[in-house]
Design a protein around this ligand. Structure first.
Ligand code: ADP
Ligand code: MG
Length: 214
């Protein structure tokens, strides 16, 4: 399967759509334990990325992720803006001067998530987007090490993301705005974990479709 940045316009558009379709639900989650702006932050970034989508197709992955990271950092705002910006800039560094196959992608994503942990001074179990990103990164690294076929990876990854998102419900928030609520932060899924799951499931679905047509 040939994965090139020519896929980006379709990916960005599909991600925008899934965020729009779930805007009400995610906003309710962020209103419950945050300040309610998470969807608006994400939509602002996605709108900027949609406007750049054609330019992104002319780049290699390292340059495309760098550009995406810078755009996300300057448009998304909030904690999620700097964290997702960091993810993409770090992925770009890991992919520089490399041909991006599945194994390089898994390594780059793993390094990106590691940078998000450092940037957010956070780890798994703190009721954030990392409760989705970390298990997904681990599953990708394991699949690449075991040379698992892509069709199988695409089948199992959504469940990993969904389980991570669900796991935040009963967690105590110790990072971000939700941590101000202390014990009252329990009982509600984290908004950032929800959007991370939605985006990952959308990307996987689109790539799985692509794989079928080959
Ligand atoms: P803000 O909290 O600044 O209003 P957003 O609403 O856009 O920003 O994003 C909030 C999401 O960001 C949270 O739901 C959580 O998933 C994630 N988040 C916040 N702080 C951190 C952190 N320190 N580490 C990892 N993720 C975080
Ligand atoms: Mg917020």
């Amino acid at each position: 399967m040939q994965l090139t940045p020519s896929l980006l316009p379709e990916l960005i558009s599909a991600i925008s759509q899934v965020i729009d379709n779930n805007a009400e639900e995610v906003t309710l989650l962020d209103q419950a334990i945050g300040d309610g702006d998470h969807v608006i932050n994400m939509q602002r970034g996605l709108q900027a990325l949609n406007a750049q989508a054609a330019q992104l197709t002319e780049l290699d992955w390292a340059a495309a992720w760098q550009k995406i990271g810078m755009t996300v950092m300057s448009t998304v705002g909030g904690a999620s803006g700097s964290l997702y910006g960091t993810l993409f800039v770090s992925m770009s560094k890991a992919a520089r001067e490399k041909t991006v196959d599945f194994s390089v992608f898994a390594t780059a994503f793993g390094q990106g998530v590691e940078s998000v942990k450092q940037r957010g001074k956070s780890d798994a179990g703190e009721k954030t987007m990392l409760d989705v990103l970390i298990p997904v990164a681990n599953a990708l690294t394991q699949a690449a090490a075991d040379a698992v076929p892509l069709s199988e990876v695409f089948q199992t990854l959504p469940d990993v993301a969904i389980a991570g998102m669900e796991s935040t419900r009963d967690m105590l928030a110790t990072k971000g705005r939700a941590s101000f609520l202390e014990e009252r932060s329990r009982g509600c899924i984290d908004a950032g974990a929800k959007t991370a799951q939605l985006m990952i499931c959308t990307i996987v679905a689109l790539l799985a479709e692509q794989l079928k047509t080959e």
